[in-house]
Design a protein around this ligand. Sequence first.
Ligand code: SF4
Length: 391
Amino acid sequence: MITATELGGRDGTWQSHPGFGIYVHIPFCLHRCHYCDFNTYEGLETLRAPYVDAVIADIERDERVGRSVTSVFFGGGTPTLLTPHQLARILEAIGARFGIATDAEITAEANPETVDVAYLRELVHAGFNRLSVGVQSLSPGVLQRLGRTHSSERAVQALRAAREAAFDDVNADLIYGSPWERPDDWVMSLRGVIDAGPDHVSAYALTVEEGTPLHTLVASGRVPDVDPDTQAERHRIASDILAAAGYERYEVSNWSRPHRASRHNVLYWSAGDYVGFGAGAHSHVAGRRWWSLRLPRDYVAASAAGTSTVAGSEELSADQRAGEALMLGLRLTSGVERAAFVERFGPWSLRAREEDIASLVKEGLVEASGGRIRVTTYGTLLGNEVAARLL
Ligand code: SF4
């Protein structure tokens, strides 16, 4: 069996053979944050146990046996609202059905208010080796306005508890550029997180998604909309502060210490294959995409009845696959290697896009040299424009 280490990915570069990932969606939260449009729900306490059984039954029915898993990611929602035993049962089912490669990356997302050292030790004992903590900000005012219910102290404690529990890898998730955030808040959040010593930092610009309480506030004029120039400036500040502390940016919004990039993230950006379990989870294998029933109750009912939990699917054409793979690969700072890309997606995959690539190079958005295509720092700030022209 190939090991995850042999496959690579920890240096954050595009992978020709990105491995095989599993995503598990846990759609429960203590409280909905004002900006969140993820498929997650408050309450539903009584659905948690049946949901775990439903996910396990779905995994046990899956037909892709014999393909060893190089990364597993439990996301949500708040996976750490489940007990360590429940999370361990799901992980065991994945191991029994697919086989998990030696030294695979196994991540759980955690909300700071749901974890302590004892809980996290149980997760490590169950086989989890990476914890991603939703810090978002260390400014009490920003946290409160985002609808986060944990304190900044609790967020830092969770990062330190992960270290104490002996997680190999710890990530801190941050959000920047909210209408309430002052430049000092952002600098203080970055410095406070760095002090807690994570291996990896993900920092995303706040987006105002339709259907969220934040969108209602912005649409009614009670809160100003986010400002792209301010967000670009905050991204630059993050890059400077994190680089000075030894973190390399390997993707638009992700920084890590050397060789601590997330293998699971790199698999996504290398257009690798992954299967998602749980309500609304998405999957992609060899150009076919499908997604599960969105509502947890529907997902549980279908799985319990032994019927399909798939809500829809689509087949990508070879050209769509290449376009999407290029767009994803260009999110990585190192970009894509031409020869490896062509070997995987065919000679026409880049030939059909050479004119667009040349015009992006002329505009300073993309660099194409030394057998690589990569987005420039300027192009990073205009990622949607680059993506739209290469798809
Ligand atoms: S904790 Fe995360 S998933 Fe849950 S509501 Fe807040 S942002 Fe959404």
